[in-house]
Design a protein around this ligand. Sequence first.
Ligand code: ASP
Ligand code: MG
Length: 470
Amino acid sequence: MYFELKLVIKYGGTSISTSKDIQAIAKYINQLSKKDQIVVVCSAVSGTTDDLIEISESIKKENKSKAEQLASKIINRHKQLAKQTVKKLNLQKKIVTKLDQDFSELLALIDGMVLLGEVTPRSMDYLISFGERLSIKLVSSAINDLGKKSIPLTGKEVGIVTDSKFGESKPLIDTTRLRISKTIDSLFSKKTIPIVGGFSGADQHGHITTFGRGGSDYSATIIGSCIKADEIWLMSDVNGLMTADPKIVKNAKVLKEVSYIEAIEMALFGAKQIHPRTFEPLLSKKIPMRIRSSFNTINEGTLVTASPASIKNTVKCVSNVQNNGLIDVQGGSMVGMPGTAAKIFETLAKAGINVMMISQNPSESSITIVVKNDDLDKAVSALEMELLGKIIKKLDVTTDVAIIALIGSGMRGTVGVASKVFGAIEKNKVNVSMITQGSSELNLAFVVKNSDTNAAVRALHDAFALEKIN
Ligand code: ASP
Ligand code: MG
């Protein structure tokens, strides 16, 4: 039989959080599988990974009953979903038995961690990989319920081999490719649809590892590149990448096509969170990706490719990230002192703080840093403890600021973008407190007060006529 396309289709947690959604997906995949070869990758049912993380926190606090209470919540949610989703009684019994085995293992693991009274990076990954272990069984069983062959596989079972950096592992790509292509080819030849758990793999010793939050996107592109898929679809609850947040701009549009590098920037700043390494496996093989909604499959979503057919617009989207804090670090002894910036960022890194934006004025007397509001307290106290009175004289802190970013590779080398941007902003009497532009000219970002976000985003969407983009 001839298949039209080889596809990897990844579902986010919100796409599989009710029995109706799971049944709809099973129907859709069953239909598609008549003409295409499909590997499905699933996240955990929404909220599950958060609950598992909370379990680890309860263990650290030696709160065993809270950990068990959260485990029951997870167990009941999945039991109920299994019963509501799978109609054939023999299949329903089978999946409940399989889930029960996972539940026992989860409870035994929690017991073990409680006894030890510690959460190591390795036990943490083992624990938080359970969400996907459970969700793939639900989806696979729903497909079986329609009379189609399908099996659930964890990342480890499908053949994802990683280094041993628990919590942020990377695949050993050659070994992974060999194993995955063997597993998947054999399933394809048996006309069985693989439902693979995203987010995790295993190191060479067989210990479960994860890729970090949102890692199922990355699993999908790893698998796609290993089997040389024709396309990878990321299905979630949004219609695609948009010209702006539709809650702010009423006539924001779904972008038809963007490049990998634009999508990477949009993923960092945009509403649709995508794991930062998702695009890596696609770059060399130039596999196209679609970002689509599982609830609106008529919509084609956004196509992400190496070189989009038409880049007529200089700017493709205006994104915003609110609720950040700005730290202005000042000190006369910073001028001409090599290593000052290094000390500042080392201090922040040691405190585990993610720096979102940086700028230094040419006089070198101040460096401005943007971090999340939630990290602000920790960042400021780390800088005060380590560096105040030494290389730093003064710290000025502003809370509740927003980063507004314009993204589009057409900005590169185009004269007048900045003046158009700040002209539009000025007209709206919005004050700008910091500006950065990467030398790639792919992203122009600036900082305003949270309360000025909507005005700034709307003004720029208007100025660049983004409602007419496609
Ligand atoms: N379930 C994992 C998380 O919530 C991975 C994913 O959703 O992509 O981070
Ligand atoms: Mg997710």
